[in-house]
Unconditional design. Structure first.
Length: 501
């Protein structure tokens, strides 16, 4: 269906892809795997018309093609579903699907009836039982993912590229997505599936292509491959996830949270968080687990002063009661929050690495009201070196780095404030296994230095690898507190599943 031959792409002299070869077959799911920075995203953007200038050639159904933009690729039959969903929240499903490709009547007006009919047909095909007039913001993330697939199918796409499609959806929504992919295979569509979750690939992929350092390393059938073999091909060596060694010693309480509640922003009679109380010790890593909608992110945001008018309860750091009116108060008290969505909330993507790292400490870098370039350079170089951020220089734009390195920039930015309590929301979302291991080592190193760390993660193995204790949330309530030596996937999940009335 699609062949990429000798694809080479350079950015400012840096070779992102070097003679890459890729074959995508009809009726099969091809897994594209590799570490962050291996070149996966760059290759996907070339195939989908985002990058029109490159060396090499692309053959689609045996014909050489060269797309000037994504619209040309879509019209030809190649669609991409990005990790960050490209939907407009306050438009309806129909309006999002037909945005830029509206159906016009003979009188030059929008043919609302026909667009709605076609949208309904697509939703029926994808088994999404919602009204086409529903606004996007009213949908769950998994349902929004299905709308993105509907956009791709509107053009009768033959090749559908999915970039980390399950990174922000629940297990039940993942199952729905996999059923849709199985249907698309039966229709002889070619699926390119990019994911760092290797267990998913063994469930749905027929074949694999490994990229490493911008080169094609190997391609083959998934049958007969093991997870360890794939990891070794990705990184060129064996990777062992280091488990945290729990000291078991009593720690001085650094953070105390008492009866924290958070009102629903619209339905004020309801609480998103209900009387949450826990402690966090110096040098302790506490894992926070819960299913989608349990209130994990809301809890971290509340602790960080993001919802002062809706929050109640008491928060203490080192015995000092905090009065959090805004995040600046939390930062002053020694807290730092690494958000779940690094691109939306953690970075200014158009700015360079140096500027992003220095953003949280601008007053310290001033002299007579002007930023001191030497101080900026010294600070950013320190964290680039210590966190091993792979970048040609501090002047490289943050958007040009891999996900793992972007995450390190966000960490560096907050470590520059010298926090005592570090709140990590999905710190390894969308990054490969080697970059994950580096983040794990860094988190453990920070705990050894005396920081108190609260880690939210959807991945149970990650929670078990990092935590001294595990807190479990369900529907805004704290349902369990489990020491590391008693924590298992079973007892954590049992506590996370809401009790039916």
């Amino acid at each position: 269906m699609l062949v990429a031959e000798n694809i080479t792409k350079k950015f400012s002299g840096v070779v992102a892809l070097d003679n890459v070869y890729l074959e995508i077959q009809a009726g099969k799911v091809s897994a594209l795997i590799g570490e962050n920075g291996a070149g996966k995203s760059t290759l996907m953007k070339i195939l989908s018309g985002v990058y029109p200038d490159y060396e090499g050639r692309i053959l689609y159904k045996g014909q050489v093609v060269n797309f000037a933009n994504p619209r040309e690729a879509q019209q030809c039959g190649i669609a991409i579903i990005h990790q960050e969903l490209n939907l407009i929240p306050y438009l309806s499903i129909t309006e999002n699907i037909f945005l830029g490709r509206e159906i016009i009547t003979a009188w030059g007006t929008l043919n609302q009836k026909e667009m709605r009919r076609k949208t309904q047909a697509l939703l029926d095909k994808l088994k999404l039982a919602v009204d086409p007039d529903t606004l996007i913001y009213e949908l769950k993330v998994g349902q929004q993912q299905v709308v993105e697939i509907a956009k791709a199918l509107l053009y009768e796409s033959e090749v559908i590229i999915m970039d980390e499609p399950t990174s922000a959806i629940s297990d039940s929504e993942v199952q729905v997505l996999f059923e849709i992919i199985a249907d698309l295979k039966r229709e002889n569509k070619a699926i390119v599936y990019v994911s760092h979750k290797l267990d998913e690939l063994f469930r749905i992929a027929d074949c694999f292509v490994v990229l490493r350092d911008g080169k094609t390393i190997e391609a083959g059938e998934m049958a007969g491959m093991s997870q360890d073999q794939l990891i070794q091909k990705m990184v060129g060596r064996e990777i062992t996830i280091k488990q945290k060694e729990s000291s078991g010693n009593c720690r001085e309480d650094l953070l105390i949270v008492e009866n924290v509640c958070l009102q629903h922003p619209v339905r004020r009679s309801e609480n998103l968080l209900k009387n949450i109380s826990f402690t966090l010790g110096c040098g302790e890593i506490v894992g926070l687990f819960g299913l989608m909608g349990a209130g994990r992110t809301e809890l971290l945001e509340t602790l960080f002063g993001l919802h002062p008018r809706l929050a109640s309860g008491h928060i203490y750091i080192s015995g000092q009661k905090l009065n959090l009116k805004c995040p600046a108060d939390a930062i002053k008290a020694g807290m730092a929050l690494v958000p779940e969505d690094r691109k939306k909330d953690g970075l200014v993507l158009g700015l360079d690495v140096q500027t992003n790292i220095c953003l949280t400490t601008l007053p310290d870098l001033e002299e007579l009201g002007f930023l001191n370039n030497t101080k900026e350079l010294t600070l950013s170089d320190k964290y680039i070196r210590e966190l091993q951020i792979k970048t040609p220089s501090g002047k490289q734009a943050a958007q040009n780095l891999s996900g793992g390195n972007q995450q390190k920039i966000v960490l560096a930015k907050w470590l520059a404030t010298k926090p005592r309590v570090l709140l990590l929301d999905e710190p390894t979302r969308g990054i490969d296994i080697n970059a994950k291991n580096e983040i794990y080592k860094l988190v453990m190193q920070l705990a050894r230095a005396g920081l108190g760390i609260l880690v939210v993660s959807s991945e149970l193995p990650e929670i078990l690898a990092l935590s001294d204790r595990v807190l479990v949330l369900a529907e805004g309530c704290l349902t369990a507190e489990i020491p590391a030596n008693e924590a298992t996937e079973d007892n954590i999940l049992k506590a996370a599943i809401p009790k039916t009335v």
